[in-house]
Design a protein around this ligand. Structure first.
Ligand SMILES: [Zn+2]
Length: 389
């Protein structure tokens, strides 16, 4: 080889190596920072009595996507909405952590096919196991492992609960600053089209599974899919199997027909982990009054989101508007927090700002007992009643 060619090759390999280093070292954090925006907001002045009341709550939230981004849970960040220090600062005792396994590019609320996927590159950049590069079930297992590994390494900060016994033990444990995590999944495509994988995910500790995410899958249509069909035959089988296994069925993102099918089949409480209500924010992913009423009638729970797509703004008053309406229609025992923290959302209410929501609910005249229910007790009660022994 002539010297100039050698030299050019040397430069080429060096640049490639540099690219690889940058890719693995910076891409996950860069993507995380781009997608999960903490909006500036002027901090309200909270009376000490409100802060003290908030500290007396057991706050619990139904939906957080942080596991997707590879973010270090144990350190406080200046972007996104959560990490263990900020959850602790907001007095969150219980957090549902949801695994996201596939999202189409050009993602929107109207119509998405399943042909593209943005998560593969993120899995590679996060150095997830090779199996997680192509299997959606493996991606869910990888995200569950991230939570479990953090809990094992920092037992004073985090515990993963998966049954009544572990939840009860956690509630009786008075260690301050410890947070309980429950595993959930966004969309049944995480089963890779195979009903058998339900057992795999059950064994991994998953206790809440959404029928669909942004596209129609082999089990259910999505509110944002192309065809938006209801439950398929396979979906109906999976529905019964999830009820049998005491896995909560989440209707967030499900098509109206799938919600209808679920309401018809349900013999156990149904949940909507993160949503808005059509009366205050008319969006294809939000619930009608009729749906609110019927989901509540299953003994279920509706988690109200904190982001613009759910409440048509991201300020705390819009969140309260949606909550007040949900309470009016579904009843006070059926409304909860469904933040969608770190779900590629822009939000003002990060976990550490949760006392602002408590203050806003009290300002609207809601009683302390009712605020307690919405902020966490409803979710804790539902889990104590529905988790496996
Ligand atoms: Zn979602």
């Amino acid at each position: 080889m002539t010297t100039p060619v050698k030299r050019i090759l040397q430069i080429f390999w060096s640049l490639l190596l540099l690219g690889v280093i940058i890719f693995f070292a910076y891409v996950p954090a860069f993507v995380d920072r781009q997608f999960n925006i903490l909006l500036d907001m002027k901090a309200p002045v909270l009376p000490d009595s409100v802060r003290a009341f908030h500290s007396s709550l057991r706050a619990a939230d139904m939906h957080n996507d942080i596991l997707l981004w590879g973010r270090d849970l144990t350190e406080q960040h200046d972007y996104g909405h959560t990490d263990l220090p900020r959850l602790h600062a907001g007095n969150v005792r219980l957090q549902v952590f949801s695994a996201v396994t596939k999202t189409p590019s050009g993602i929107n609320y109207q119509s998405n096919s399943d042909e593209t996927d943005q998560i593969t590159l993120l899995m590679i950049a996060e150095r997830a196991p090779v199996k997680a590069w192509y299997s959606l079930t493996e991606r869910a297992l990888y995200q569950a492992d991230r939570l479990k590994e953090t809990a094992a390494a920092f037992p004073g900060q985090l515990t993963v609960i998966s049954d009544r016994k572990s939840l009860t033990a956690f509630l009786n444990d008075s260690s301050p600053g410890k947070i309980a995590g429950l595993l959930a999944i966004e969309g049944m495509h995480a089963l890779d089209g195979r009903l058998e994988n339900l057992e795999v995910l059950d064994k991994a500790g998953y206790r809440m599974i959404g029928l669909a995410h942004f596209f129609d899958n082999a089990f259910s249509g999505s509110a944002h899919g192309v065809k938006k069909y209801g439950l398929t035959e396979l979906g109906k089988q999976a529905f019964h199997e999830m009820e049998k296994r005491h896995i909560l069925i989440d209707l967030a993102h499900a098509s109206p027909r799938a919600i209808e099918d679920a309401l018809e089949l349900a013999t156990r409480p149904l949940v909507v982990s993160h949503t808005g209500v059509r009366t205050t924010c008319n969006s294809p992913r939000n619930l009608s009054d009729d749906q609110l009423r019927r989901i509540a009638a299953t003994g279920g729970l509706i988690g109200i989101g904190f982001w613009e797509g759910a409440v048509c703004d991201s300020d705390v008053e819009s969140v309260v508007d949606a909550m007040m309406h949900a309470v009016e229609i579904a009843g006070i025992d059926h409304v909860a927090l469904g933040s969608d923290w770190d779900g590629a959302t822009q939000e003002e209410l990060s976990a550490d700002r949760l006392p602002w929501l408590t203050a806003a609910l009290l300002n609207r005249g809601m009683s302390k007992d009712d605020v307690r229910k919405i902020m966490g007790e409803n979710l804790i009660r539902l889990l104590l009643a529905t988790l496996p022994e």
